[in-house]
Design a protein around this ligand. Structure first.
Ligand SMILES: *Cc1c(COP(=O)(O)O)cnc(C)c1O
Length: 305
């Protein structure tokens, strides 16, 4: 069960956690068109702060724009509502989930004038794959499911319906005794995890998949930035599943998964079978950054006053 908090922001006002419901004929519930975000707020020495709020709000509006949903609030109003949701619930570190969805009205595929509704929830959510996963890495599997084709799903958008593919891949991995799936794209190259981007390290060079059919992860871009700052060469280049097998290190990035090392893939040990030096350096810098311990990245943090 998730760790409930007290209030959820719904269409401009706070409602009690247990009262935050929608009609069962809500359009998005049936057809999966809703845009969402996953954002984290971390507690640091200087209090709590939201990591890269602007980038998340921008992507949220981009997702809505791509899918023809007009969010009836400005970016400023949404940002303020996100901050307010953390404050009202007196959360120090938390996960924040804004979602814009098509409300009750027409039930055909053409949503016509159905209202676009907006909810923002925040609750305490620790490590996504567990402390053990962050410290020692996970066992992953290349999925039998293929990730999206660019002209089937527009992956610049974080859209709820796309996650049917992720859930199926996740089930398959879990049922087969693995913790996570890595999916290939329709051409057979590595795409991403079920909700994470993928990085590999070989001979000191960091490589991640180009932005063709994957989500443009904010953790991904942060990690690329931090790596370049540390003079680690970073390439955005297609790679294959066997490139992963012979990599020195593999890790996954995402707001939920943060930086999760992969110690085994398809029953092949990766590198030494434990998080490698580049993964560990980036993890350390990332966690310092989100907690406000890296002054040069203070502009990535929005303090909760
Ligand atoms: C959210 C998500 C990511 C990670 O993006 P972040 O901005 O780092 O949280 C990667 N892939 C998919 C499919 C996602 O949904």
């Amino acid at each position: 069960m998730l760790n409930s908090s007290q209030k959820i922001w719904m269409d401009g006002r706070f409602v009690d956690w247990d009262e935050a419901s929608v009609h069962v004929l809500t359009h998005s519930l049936h057809y999966g068109l809703a845009a969402f975000e996953g954002i984290r707020c971390y507690q640091g020495q200087m209090g709590s702060a939201i990591f890269r709020l602007k980038e998340h709000v921008d992507r949220f509006f981009d997702s809505a724009h791509i899918t023809m949903m007009r969010i009836p609030y400005s970016k400023k109003e949404v940002s303020d509502a996100i901050i307010e949701t953390v404050k009202v619930n007196q959360l120090e570190s938390c996960y924040i989930r804004p979602i814009a969805y098509i409300g009750y009205g027409e039930m055909g595929l053409y949503p016509g004038d159905n209202p676009i509704r907006l909810a923002i929830a925040a609750w305490h959510w620790g490590t996504y794959l567990g402390e053990e996963a962050l410290a020692n890495g996970i066992r992953a599997k290349v999925s039998s499911f293929t990730r999206h084709h660019v002209n089937v799903s527009m992956t610049r958008a974080k859209v709820s319906g796309y996650y049917v593919n992720s859930i199926l891949a996740k089930w398959e991995a879990k049922k087969s005794g693995y913790e996570e799936s890595i999916l290939l794209d329709p051409d057979g190259y590595v795409a991403e995890g079920t909700g994470e981007n993928v990085f590999i390290v070989r001979n000191g060079i960091l490589k991640t998949t180009p932005l063709t059919s994957i989500l443009d992860g904010i953790t991904r871009s942060s990690v690329m930035h931090l790596a370049r700052e540390k003079k680690i060469p970073v390439l955005e280049e297609r790679f294959t599943r066997d490139d992963m097998y012979i990599a020195d290190e593999i890790f996954l990035t995402g707001t939920a998964a943060e930086i999760t090392p992969v110690r085994e893939l398809d029953d092949r040990q990766i590198g030494d079978g434990k998080p490698g030096p580049i993964t560990k350096t980036l993890q350390k810098t990332f966690f310092r950054t989100v907690k406000g311990e890296e002054p040069s990245y203070a502009n990535w943090l929005t303090p909760i006053g």
